[in-house]
Design a protein around this ligand. Structure first.
Ligand code: ZN
Ligand code: ZN
Length: 184
Protein backbone atom coordinates (compact mmCIF):
# COMPACT_ATOMS: atom_id res chain seq x y z
CA UNK A 1 0.00 0.00 0.00
CA UNK A 2 1.14 3.53 -0.75
CA UNK A 3 1.49 6.07 2.01
CA UNK A 4 0.07 9.59 1.97
CA UNK A 5 1.10 11.87 4.83
CA UNK A 6 -1.30 14.47 6.14
CA UNK A 7 0.61 17.52 7.38
CA UNK A 8 -1.16 20.07 9.57
CA UNK A 9 0.46 23.49 9.04
CA UNK A 10 -0.30 25.95 11.84
CA UNK A 11 -3.41 25.25 13.90
CA UNK A 12 -5.87 22.78 12.34
CA UNK A 13 -8.66 21.05 14.24
CA UNK A 14 -8.45 17.28 14.74
CA UNK A 15 -11.88 16.60 13.23
CA UNK A 16 -10.78 18.24 9.97
CA UNK A 17 -7.61 16.14 9.82
CA UNK A 18 -9.61 12.98 10.50
CA UNK A 19 -12.03 13.88 7.70
CA UNK A 20 -9.17 14.43 5.26
CA UNK A 21 -7.56 11.12 6.21
CA UNK A 22 -10.84 9.29 5.66
CA UNK A 23 -11.51 10.80 2.25
CA UNK A 24 -7.96 10.06 1.05
CA UNK A 25 -8.09 6.45 2.28
CA UNK A 26 -11.55 5.79 0.85
CA UNK A 27 -11.09 7.37 -2.55
CA UNK A 28 -7.52 6.49 -3.46
CA UNK A 29 -6.63 3.54 -1.29
CA UNK A 30 -3.67 5.33 0.24
CA UNK A 31 -2.63 4.41 3.72
CA UNK A 32 -2.52 7.68 5.69
CA UNK A 33 -0.27 8.94 8.40
CA UNK A 34 -0.62 12.20 10.28
CA UNK A 35 2.60 14.16 10.67
CA UNK A 36 3.22 16.25 13.80
CA UNK A 37 1.92 19.80 13.50
CA UNK A 38 4.37 22.25 11.97
CA UNK A 39 4.38 26.04 12.13
CA UNK A 40 3.44 28.05 9.07
CA UNK A 41 6.68 28.61 7.12
CA UNK A 42 8.70 31.61 8.26
CA UNK A 43 8.54 34.40 5.72
CA UNK A 44 5.35 33.12 4.07
CA UNK A 45 3.20 35.91 5.52
CA UNK A 46 2.63 38.88 3.25
CA UNK A 47 1.93 41.88 5.47
CA UNK A 48 0.47 43.99 2.67
CA UNK A 49 -2.08 41.34 1.72
CA UNK A 50 -2.60 39.87 5.19
CA UNK A 51 -2.33 36.45 3.54
CA UNK A 52 0.12 33.58 3.27
CA UNK A 53 2.16 32.60 0.21
CA UNK A 54 1.04 29.23 -1.14
CA UNK A 55 4.38 28.97 -2.95
CA UNK A 56 6.27 29.07 0.36
CA UNK A 57 3.89 26.50 1.86
CA UNK A 58 4.40 24.17 -1.11
CA UNK A 59 8.21 24.47 -0.90
CA UNK A 60 8.02 23.61 2.78
CA UNK A 61 5.80 20.57 2.10
CA UNK A 62 8.03 19.25 -0.70
CA UNK A 63 11.06 19.54 1.61
CA UNK A 64 9.35 17.81 4.51
CA UNK A 65 7.86 14.76 2.79
CA UNK A 66 9.13 11.64 4.56
CA UNK A 67 10.96 9.41 2.02
CA UNK A 68 8.52 6.54 2.62
CA UNK A 69 5.52 8.70 1.70
CA UNK A 70 4.38 8.87 -1.93
CA UNK A 71 2.29 11.98 -1.29
CA UNK A 72 2.11 14.76 1.26
CA UNK A 73 -1.06 16.80 1.75
CA UNK A 74 -0.75 19.96 3.81
CA UNK A 75 -3.81 21.30 5.60
CA UNK A 76 -3.86 24.82 6.97
CA UNK A 77 -6.30 27.37 8.39
CA UNK A 78 -4.19 30.18 6.93
CA UNK A 79 -5.57 32.22 4.05
CA UNK A 80 -3.40 31.51 0.98
CA UNK A 81 -2.57 33.50 -2.15
CA UNK A 82 -0.35 33.36 -5.20
CA UNK A 83 0.68 36.58 -6.96
CA UNK A 84 -1.88 36.31 -9.80
CA UNK A 85 -4.86 35.25 -7.66
CA UNK A 86 -6.54 37.04 -4.76
CA UNK A 87 -6.86 33.74 -2.89
CA UNK A 88 -6.74 29.96 -3.30
CA UNK A 89 -8.66 27.08 -1.74
CA UNK A 90 -5.66 24.90 -2.44
CA UNK A 91 -2.81 24.02 -4.74
CA UNK A 92 -1.02 20.90 -5.97
CA UNK A 93 1.84 19.67 -8.09
CA UNK A 94 0.35 18.04 -11.19
CA UNK A 95 1.65 14.48 -11.14
CA UNK A 96 3.79 15.41 -8.17
CA UNK A 97 4.09 14.58 -4.51
CA UNK A 98 2.69 17.63 -2.74
CA UNK A 99 -0.75 19.16 -2.32
CA UNK A 100 -2.18 21.83 -0.06
CA UNK A 101 -5.65 22.80 1.14
CA UNK A 102 -6.63 25.93 3.07
CA UNK A 103 -9.76 25.83 5.18
CA UNK A 104 -9.77 29.63 5.69
CA UNK A 105 -12.33 30.46 3.01
CA UNK A 106 -14.26 27.21 3.38
CA UNK A 107 -15.57 28.43 6.74
CA UNK A 108 -18.87 30.30 6.94
CA UNK A 109 -17.34 32.49 9.67
CA UNK A 110 -14.96 33.95 7.09
CA UNK A 111 -18.02 35.61 5.48
CA UNK A 112 -19.54 36.72 8.78
CA UNK A 113 -22.01 33.81 8.82
CA UNK A 114 -22.68 31.34 11.66
CA UNK A 115 -20.35 28.35 11.76
CA UNK A 116 -21.60 25.23 9.96
CA UNK A 117 -19.45 22.20 10.72
CA UNK A 118 -21.15 19.78 8.30
CA UNK A 119 -20.82 22.24 5.45
CA UNK A 120 -17.17 22.87 6.33
CA UNK A 121 -16.44 19.12 6.38
CA UNK A 122 -18.11 18.61 2.99
CA UNK A 123 -16.04 21.44 1.50
CA UNK A 124 -12.85 20.05 3.05
CA UNK A 125 -13.58 16.61 1.53
CA UNK A 126 -14.14 18.10 -1.93
CA UNK A 127 -11.04 20.28 -1.94
CA UNK A 128 -8.81 17.54 -0.51
CA UNK A 129 -10.00 15.15 -3.21
CA UNK A 130 -9.48 17.82 -5.84
CA UNK A 131 -5.90 18.66 -4.89
CA UNK A 132 -4.90 15.02 -4.37
CA UNK A 133 -6.46 14.27 -7.77
CA UNK A 134 -4.04 16.76 -9.35
CA UNK A 135 -1.09 14.91 -7.80
CA UNK A 136 -2.35 11.82 -9.64
CA UNK A 137 -2.34 13.71 -12.94
CA UNK A 138 -6.05 14.56 -13.02
CA UNK A 139 -6.86 17.88 -14.66
CA UNK A 140 -9.98 20.03 -14.34
CA UNK A 141 -13.18 18.28 -15.31
CA UNK A 142 -16.08 19.95 -17.15
CA UNK A 143 -18.63 17.98 -15.06
CA UNK A 144 -19.82 20.48 -12.43
CA UNK A 145 -20.72 17.72 -10.00
CA UNK A 146 -17.23 16.15 -10.18
CA UNK A 147 -14.70 16.92 -7.44
CA UNK A 148 -12.17 17.73 -10.19
CA UNK A 149 -14.29 20.61 -11.50
CA UNK A 150 -12.46 23.93 -11.03
CA UNK A 151 -13.88 26.04 -8.20
CA UNK A 152 -12.87 29.64 -7.87
CA UNK A 153 -15.74 30.50 -5.53
CA UNK A 154 -17.72 28.77 -2.79
CA UNK A 155 -20.82 28.39 -4.92
CA UNK A 156 -18.82 26.19 -7.27
CA UNK A 157 -17.42 24.23 -4.34
CA UNK A 158 -20.93 23.67 -2.99
CA UNK A 159 -22.26 22.65 -6.41
CA UNK A 160 -19.85 19.76 -6.83
CA UNK A 161 -19.97 16.46 -4.96
CA UNK A 162 -17.32 14.95 -2.71
CA UNK A 163 -16.51 12.34 -5.33
CA UNK A 164 -15.12 11.95 -8.83
CA UNK A 165 -17.19 11.44 -11.99
CA UNK A 166 -16.72 8.05 -13.64
CA UNK A 167 -14.02 9.26 -16.02
CA UNK A 168 -11.97 10.94 -13.27
CA UNK A 169 -12.42 7.96 -10.93
CA UNK A 170 -11.15 5.65 -13.69
CA UNK A 171 -8.10 7.89 -14.29
CA UNK A 172 -7.35 8.01 -10.56
CA UNK A 173 -7.60 4.21 -10.34
CA UNK A 174 -5.29 3.70 -13.30
CA UNK A 175 -2.75 6.06 -11.82
CA UNK A 176 -2.93 4.41 -8.38
CA UNK A 177 -2.43 0.99 -10.00
CA UNK A 178 0.64 2.16 -11.88
CA UNK A 179 2.04 3.69 -8.67
CA UNK A 180 1.66 0.34 -6.97
CA UNK A 181 3.19 -1.57 -9.88
CA UNK A 182 6.18 0.71 -10.25
CA UNK A 183 6.63 0.84 -6.52
CA UNK A 184 7.58 4.49 -6.57
ZN1 ZN B 1 -7.62 22.38 -9.57
ZN1 ZN C 1 -14.58 14.39 -13.51
Amino acid sequence: MKLACIAPVGFVEDDILAEVEMVIRNNFGFETQRLPGRPSPGGAFDHDRGQWSAIEFMKDLVASRPPEATRILGITSDDLFIPMLSFLFGQAQLNGAAALVSTARLRQEFYGLPSNRDLLMARVRKESLHEMGHTLGLIHCPDRSCAMCLSTNLEQVDTKLDRFCRACAASANTRMRSLLENDK
